[in-house]
Design a protein around this ligand. Structure first.
Ligand code: NAD
Ligand SMILES: O=C(O)C(=O)C[C@@H](O)[C@H](O)[C@H](O)COP(=O)(O)O
Ligand code: ZN
Length: 356
């Protein structure tokens, strides 16, 4: 079993990665929590596949378990869905001593995580990520959120879990499009990390290769993310690098209105920014080309019809990294050497309008 320790100011927790771990999830949760009420929150797809098994496991070790479900998809990251889940907890008389298990992809983790952060101002949380994206990125680091006013993750909280349980075996049922979309965050993380990790990831060209390497890739991506989060949990500085590709990517994702997966939009965002900045001399053309080839090689989109000004500018204005009149642009002058540079919003607008 791989174990990665995440230590932040308010909490210390482990990420455990092991094929087949779901079969003994009850014992693992019981290492953290005494008997209590537990809500297992999943979208309908994941619920149909894995919720019963997890509920049974938890009941066996003495928890009083409630299964909560919501419709799959990004549209469920909404204030109304948050309210509906919180109301279900109230109806079941959950108190502050009770807990939430987020069993699912990034949508479930972000939504159930925000329910945990806000219900009675905070109940305990365990993440059991089931999509590739969630196993390599979203289940770790405490970002939880819903979308609002057509802006991604506008309303959220930093809320770390007590434990993250990763079972790569569940990826066997994940649709191929979702596997590839999640892989965009692996490519992002490996590009930020550089070295061996980037060398390994740039050779991956097929979903079968991803599936052969899930434990190693997940451990490497999470270890890198954990290091960054431990240095700067609240994204005051260094954590901004994890947002590489997201300034343009989130704008594209919001404009695509559900037609692009998060990872697909981030792929488009990483490429558009790197290519533009290579024209300005900030990023070597070889870096932009290598990144584009690696993303396209696994089947990710590297451009999209939504990549259009001026609609994007309006979205970019809501990027959470903005400070005053500055946009904080994350870019990659070399693999393994990400940089964050404040750029006057008007300057960025002019650059982007020239080429996009
Ligand atoms: N909090 C963070 O740090 C962070 C990081 C990256 C992305 N995100 C967010 O994560 C979301 C995207 O996550 P996602 O790509 O996992 O989307 P998702 O949660 O919608 O999952 C993708 C699809 O796969 C299905 N699925 C999940 N696991 C499955 C399994 N094992 N077998 C069969 N089907 C399965 C889901 O039902 C869904 O239809 C976005 O909202 C994004 O903003 C958050
Ligand atoms: O954990 C982080 O920090 C990230 O930026 C990871 C991203 O992959 C993720 O999509 C995150 O939810 C984006 O956060 P946001 O602050 O830009 O909404
Ligand atoms: Zn992301």
């Amino acid at each position: 079993m791989e174990k990665i320790l995440v230590q932040v100011a308010a909490r210390q927790y482990e990420v455990l990665i092991e094929r087949g771990l779901l079969a003994h999830v009850g014992e693992l949760v019981a290492t953290q929590w005494s008997p209590r009420k537990v809500a297992v929150i999943s979208d309908q797809n994941v619920a149909a596949l894995y919720q019963q098994q997890v509920v049974k496991q938890l009941e066996t070790v003495g928890f009083e378990v409630f299964s909560l479900r919501f419709p799959a998809g990004e549209a469920s990251k909404s204030l109304s869905r948050l309210a509906s889940l919180a109301a279900q907890l109230a109806q079941a008389h959950f108190t502050r001593d009770d807990g939430i298990v987020a069993l699912g992809g990034g949508v479930t983790g972000d939504l159930a995580g925000l329910v945990a952060a806000t219900y009675m101002r905070g109940v305990r949380l365990i993440q059991i990520p089931t999509s590739w994206l969630a196993q390599v990125d979203s289940s770790v680091g405490g970002k939880t959120a819903v979308n609002l006013a057509h802006v991604k993750n506008l309303l959220g909280a930093f809320y770390e879990p007590d434990l993250v349980l990763v079972d790569p075996a569940v990826l066997g049922t994940l649709p191929q499009r979702e596997l590839i979309a999640g892989h965009a965050e692996v490519i992002k993380t490996a590009a930020l990390a550089g070295g061996d990790f980037w060398q390994l990831v740039k050779e991956i060209r097929t979903p079968a290769q991803i599936l052969e390497l899930t434990s190693e890739l997940s451990a490497r991506a999470i270890a890198f993310k954990a290091k960054v989060v431990m240095a700067d949990e609240r994204e005051g500085s260094q954590r901004q690098i994890l947002n590489f590709g997201h300034t343009l990517g989130h704008a594209v994702e919001a404009l695509a209105q559900g037609q692009l997966r998060h990872g697909e939009a981030i792929s488009v965002g990483m490429v558009a920014l790197s290519q533009r900045l290579s024209q300005l001399g900030w990023v070597p053309a070889t870096v932009a080309a290598d990144l584009t080839t690696t993303l396209a090689g696994i089947g990710l989109p590297v451009t999209a019809p939504e990549l259009q000004m001026p609609a994007m500018i309006d979205k970019i204005a809501s990027d959470k990294k903005n400070r005053g009149a500055n946009l904080n642009l994350v870019y990659l002058p070399q693999f393994g050497q990400p940089k964050v540079k404040p750029v006057a919003f008007e300057q960025a607008r002019a650059w982007l309008l020239e080429t996009i």
